[in-house]
Design a protein around this ligand. Structure first.
Ligand code: ADP
Length: 542
């Protein structure tokens, strides 16, 4: 017997309709590429996203056509999120930190018809436009008078000119909720990038889940600063969850440095912020020497890479800001787990609470997870056994776009490529990417643990641990370190700092000081590149 409830498809257009009707006066504040601060409301987002939809119709774009953006977090990007997906086209967010050749590759692979870009990325567009034959129209996110006269880009339009001639009335089409809504390419550390193709249904379910109290806990009383980019995995779904809850949105635009982020947090009374650890490191480095304080910030969600304990402690103890550690990936829309405490943890000592906060957290309702050994046998949830982490759920990929890379699933589960433990309470902790685990004398050493100890040293800004070939032990860890400006630490001092903090055999064999650690397009350390940098390196004594 079927239920007798209305079968209304879950569509992204309904989010902006809802925000307009119920939170029409809710504010959206953006630091613009133009340098000023722009301020308007959900009502205007809704009107202008309908103008975007009309403009795409006027360009004769078909249902399902891919429309790309190369843009910072800002109000025009938000309008494109709703206008493109809402009208049945597929929003392809391009990560501008990729190499121009890779950007060309993804634009051709997805067969983008139109590309909207921020003026900061004009040099990229100049470099690639001639190699993107599917693109009919390039649109700069600016006023008509800001368009460069001599760009050499045929079919270049200004966004404001393009949408201003369109009516703000538009009836959002109704269609199957499983229709593709947006896509995001993984960074392609092995082979060509592969794209996750999200659907309206997966996006709405993810938006509901992300807003839950034990996940991001978003509401109409929040002022949210997503520093996590809208050009990669939909800024962790925040644009959708914000419209669903009516939260105020504060967009940093190109200003990701500590000073700009701090100023926005204070001036816009931000209560909640989201970003990768490197961004928060820049913010803390700006605040600490100047003795600055937060007046409104309550919570910050940190993910994308392991959040070092020293950062959690700094936010918590010095600033009274709760850190929520999060884990996910492009293939998961991206949220998988978030670390929030249970009632029984509240009476624990700060030290014990910290042990929990360091974990990547509990599965969000909708995500199933398990850990398995090399034979695929499931491992116990005891917080000790570690194995390959597999996931499934309605916002986890079933296949990559165009079947790239073959069937990604194993018996219906998606292998994340991460190695993790899960404890009896369901808290998952990533010990490593499977390719980064250091195998020493038949035992595994977590590179994340070794890095976390190094960055707890006051003179260390960044640390990357990699395994080096060893004739007896197979591999031995070394740690590459970037010092904080004006601070000093010697190899011997840092190795001594490890004593008592980890088992003796896990202490790195050596410390290598570098000016910088290679970083990827999504703010993660690139260990393959680091290995290239250190290709002539030899372990001491060999
Ligand atoms: P990319 O940016 O390389 O395309 P993703 O953004 O999908 O890839 O990154 C997903 C990976 O990032 C995860 O599989 C995991 O290895 C790592 N990651 C994400 N969050 C965390 C976290 N909180 N702690 C440790 N690793 C994390």
């Amino acid at each position: 017997m079927l239920g007798l409830m209305q079968n209304q498809p879950l569509l992204i257009s309904s989010l902006i309709d809802f925000a307009e009707r119920h939170h029409g006066e809710g504010e959206i504040v953006s630091r613009r590429v133009e340098g000023d601060i722009h301020r308007y409301t959900y009502k205007e987002v809704a009107q202008r996203s309908r103008q975007v939809a009309n403009a795409l119709d006027a360009m004769k774009l078909q249902f399902g056509d891919r429309v790309a953006t190369i843009a910072w977090n800002g109000y025009r990007h938000l309008e494109l999120y709703f206008g493109i997906s809402g009208s049945g086209r597929v929003l392809h967010t391009i990560n501008p930190r990729m190499h121009p050749d890779q950007i060309t590759w993804v634009a051709n692979h997805s067969e983008d018809q139109v590309v909207f870009f921020d003026m900061s990325f004009l040099p990229i567009v100049k470099a690639i436009h001639a190699r993107c034959p599917t693109v009919k129209q390039w649109v700069a996110l600016c006023d008509a008078d800001k368009l460069p006269a001599d760009s050499g880009i045929p079919n270049l339009a200004s966004y404001e000119a393009l949408i201003s001639v369109q009516p703000s009335a538009y009836t959002w089409p109704q269609f199957d909720e499983n229709t593709a809504s947006s896509m995001c390419y993984t960074s392609g550390t092995t082979g060509n990038p592969k794209a996750a193709l999200y659907s309206h249904r997966s996006t709405i379910l993810h938006a509901y889940a992300a807003a839950l109290p034990d996940v991001m806990c978003l509401s109409a009383r929040d002022s949210i600063l997503p520093v996590v980019p809208m050009f990669h995995v939909n800024a962790w779904g925040i644009p959708y969850s914000a419209a669903m809850t009516g939260a105020k949105l504060v967009f940093p635009g190109p200003g990701m440095d500590g000073k700009s982020v701090y100023e926005l947090i204070e001036s816009e009374r931000v209560t909640y912020a989201a970003g990768v650890p490197t961004v928060w490191q820049m913010l803390l480095s700006h605040m600490q020497p100047a003795g600055l304080r937060f007046s409104t910030l309550k919570r910050t969600v940190i993910g994308g890479s392991a959040c070092p304990p020293a950062m959690i402690t700094a936010f918590n103890d010095q600033y009274g800001v709760e850190v929520l550690h999060a884990w996910g990936m492009t293939e998961m829309s991206p949220l998988g787990t978030l670390c929030t405490l249970k009632n029984k943890h509240l009476t624990m000592s700060e030290e014990d609470k910290m042990k929990i906060r360091l974990k990547q957290g509990r599965a969000i309702f909708g995500v199933d997870m398990k850990i398995v050994n090399a034979d695929g046998a499931e491992l116990p949830w005891d917080g000790k056994a570690y194995g390959d982490l597999l996931v499934k759920g309605p916002w986890v990929v079933a296949n990559y776009y165009k079947g790239e890379g073959g069937d990604p699933l194993v018996d219906g589960w998606f292998p994340t490529g991460d190695v993790a433990t899960i404890d009896a309470e369901g808290y998952m902790q990533i010990t490593d990417r499977s390719k980064d685990v250091i195998k020493s004398g038949g035992e595994w050493i977590s590179s994340i643990d070794i890095e976390n100890i190094a960055v707890a040293h006051p003179a260390v800004a960044m640390a990357a641990c990699i395994g080096m070939r060893h004739p007896k032990w197979d591999e031995r860890p070394i740690v590459a370190v970037v010092k904080k400006p004006g601070m000093d630490v010697t190899r011997e001092e840092l190795l001594a700092f490890y004593e008592g903090k980890t088992a003796k055999w896990q202490i790195p064999d050596d410390v290598v000081f570098l000016d910088a650690i290679p970083m990827g397009a999504t703010g993660k350390m690139q260990k393959a590149k680091l290995r290239e940098v250190l290709k002539d390196y030899k372990l001491p004594g060999l």
